[in-house]
Design a protein around this ligand. Structure first.
Ligand SMILES: NC(=O)c1ccc[n+]([C@@H]2O[C@H](COP(=O)([O-])OP(=O)(O)OC[C@H]3O[C@@H](n4cnc5c(N)ncnc54)[C@H](OP(=O)(O)O)[C@@H]3O)[C@@H](O)[C@H]2O)c1
Length: 307
């Protein structure tokens, strides 16, 4: 039996009632280009049956559109093609406030959510995530903000990103509803969630795990002859390429499959903004990853044999 879920599998976002496909699409790098190019990328992600679309108010900062740029570009696409909205579970984030750098106070989150709704041009955000822990915000205050947004119908469910398992539990203790998702970095190169409690907690509490940068921000995508890579990266690439050659799929698809094969069913957020490469992700579902191959990739990432 394949370790990789099928494209038809639906993964619940906690107990929110929402469920998404095993592959999601991320919009960190979405802010550039015009509306037509943006729409092509959104449609490519829908074509490979991504249902979770992940953006953030901060995405676009540093680019020509600035803070809110990725949300407003998606908003333009949705205004032009409103039928696309029904096909996506829309996730965004708030709480990174350069140069402060973080603000998850109740006042800030209530205002930030209104601003995201305006830019996206939607009535409700399906999954609203705290982007990074604000060490100066008590979890009770963050929980109250999320509860007010949910009661007002502005958000359907809530999640957090870049939180430790302890920070997740501290927030859960004050929330009157279940947290739907945790979004942390996880890839065949960045493997901490396997041992820091993130994935165990996701399975224990029934929380969906969104895996950001499944190609380690493109480091796993370098081709032979490109920029020299550190030995551990080269080892992981070598292990991924062995599976890619056997299964006749691109290396990126093997990396997504490796993430999806974990029993917590982490959802890789595809970061590519190239429609052809987004479409390539479909072959992740056909990677027949064996238990032995999965561990071989892990051993390469650890730089040491399993104990
Ligand atoms: N919560 C957080 O703090 C956080 C942080 C980072 C990211 N994220 C989320 O995770 C998503 C993905 O992050 P990411 O963009 O770093 O993902 P990634 O998949 O690790 O890296 C994507 C990068 O690799 C490049 N790439 C080169 N060859 C590729 C290939 N064959 N296939 C796919 N990509 C290739 C892409 O370029 P092309 O576009 O040219 O293909 C893109 O620049 C983000 O959009 C965001 O939703 C969240």
């Amino acid at each position: 039996m394949s370790l990789v879920p099928s494209a038809e599998t639906r993964i619940p976002l906690g107990k929110s009632g929402l469920a998404v496909a095993p592959l999601g699409w991320g919009m960190w790098r979405f802010g550039g280009g015009d509306r037509a190019s943006a729409r092509r990328r959104v449609e490519a992600a829908l074509e490979v049956s991504c249902t979770l679309f992940d953006t953030a108010d901060i995405y676009g900062s540093g680019g020509e559109r600035g803070f809110g740029g990725a949300e407003s570009l998606l908003g333009e696409v949705l205004r032009e093609a409103p039928q696309l909205r029904e096909r996506m579970v829309l996730a965004t984030k708030a709480g990174i406030t350069p140069p402060v750098p973080y603000d998850s106070s109740e006042r800030y989150l209530l205002e930030a959510c209104e601003a995201s709704l305006r830019r996206l041009g939607v009535e409700q955000i399906d999954l609203y995530q705290i982007h990074r822990p604000d060490l100066l915000a008590h979890p009770a205050e963050v929980a109250q903000a999320l509860e007010r947004l949910r009661s007002a119908g502005k958000i359907r469910s809530a999640g957090v990103s870049n939180h430790t398992a302890a920070q997740v539990d501290a927030l859960r203790a004050h929330l009157p509803f279940d947290l739907a998702a945790v979004q942390n970095e996880f890839s065949p190169l960045v493997i901490e969630p396997l041992s820091d409690g993130t994935l165990d907690q996701a399975m224990q509490r029934g929380i969906a795990l969104l895996a950001w940068s499944p190609l380690a921000q493109g480091r796993l995508a370098v081709s032979a002859g490109e920029a020299p890579v550190e030995p551990r990266v080269a080892e992981v690439i070598h292990a991924l390429d062995a599976v890619a050659a056997r299964s006749g799929t691109p290396r990126s698809a093997v990396a997504y499959a490796w993430v999806m094969a974990h029993p917590a069913r982490p959802i890789p957020l595809i970061g590519s903004q190239n429609p052809a490469r987004i479409r390539e992700a479909r072959s992740a579902y056909s990677v027949q990853l064996t238990r032995e191959e999965w561990y071989r990739i892990l051993v390469a990432a650890r730089g040491a044999r399993m104990p």
